[in-house]
Design a protein around this ligand. Structure first.
Ligand SMILES: C[S@@+](CC[C@H](N)C(=O)[O-])C[C@H]1O[C@@H](n2cnc3c(N)ncnc32)[C@H](O)[C@@H]1O
Length: 212
């Protein structure tokens, strides 16, 4: 049985920072073509400045509408077939959920430490909620993990993670990322969007209270 799902990121940041852009590019790369990745709530001014990979309808469909306005989503939500990945949900995502849900919705939110529960703003839609375990993930990691669980049918506790990795720049300087990442089975390193390490290095003088 094909377990091809659709992934929606509801953009919730003011603008589109380089961090967010790298995450969205990584998601579009991971999810692949064929309108399986939707970016919603993007103001028109941002839409026009997106790189081609994100505005190409074969890779990602972008729209200024909210997730609930995507074709078919309202009725699927009424049938309980839309899942909000919510760090405060009482139930964890499981491989069986592949049969229960068609759409998986995520907050397009930069991680913050401590987490501010901005995902809570998406609860207004009344989607079913699922948690991806107790630790905060970046949005691209949350989608990576959801895909592994529902498409590859691997349980959350069988995935190998790297928690709060310390990125070392030299003998004296390093940056700890306060998030959980999927471990790259080949290198043992946390999987991050292309270009993210360089960006973190550039920003390493700033605190992680807020990445905006
Ligand atoms: C960086 S997280 C944002 C968490 C944030 N601190 C907040 O205000 O909710 C971005 C998105 O990834 C998903 N996510 C991250 N970690 C998760 C977890 N442990 N369980 C469920 N969803 C998670 C959620 O959809 C969340 O909106």
């Amino acid at each position: 049985m094909a377990l091809q799902k659709k992934y929606v990121v509801e953009h919730m940041e003011e603008g589109i920072s380089p961090w967010v852009l790298l995450e969205y590019l990584a998601i579009s790369h991971d999810v692949g073509g064929g309108a399986k990745f939707y970016l919603t709530s993007l103001p028109p001014s941002l839409k026009s400045s997106l790189p081609a990979q994100l505005s190409d309808p074969q890779v990602a469909t972008t729209t200024s509408a909210e997730v609930i306005d995507l074709p078919g989503v309202r009725s699927l939500a009424e049938q309980g077939r839309v899942c909000l990945l919510d760090p405060s949900a009482t139930k964890d995502l499981s491989p069986e959920d592949a049969h229960a849900f068609d759409y998986f919705v995520f907050g397009g939110i930069l991680g913050d430490d401590p987490p501010r529960d901005r995902t809570g703003e998406l609860r207004k839609y009344g989607f079913e909620g699922r948690r991806l375990g107790p630790k905060q993930m970046t949005t691209d990691t949350a989608i990576r993990v959801t895909k592994i669980v529902v498409e590859d049918q691997i349980a959350l506790d069988r995935i190998e993670y790297v928690d709060f990795p310390e990125l070392r720049w030299n003998k004296h300087e390093s940056t700890e990322m306060p998030f959980r990442y999927v471990k790259d089975g080949r290198t043992g390193e946390p999987i991050m969007p292309q270009g993210m390490r360089e960006l973190i290095r550039q920003d390493s003088n700033r605190g992680f209270d807020d990445f905006e």
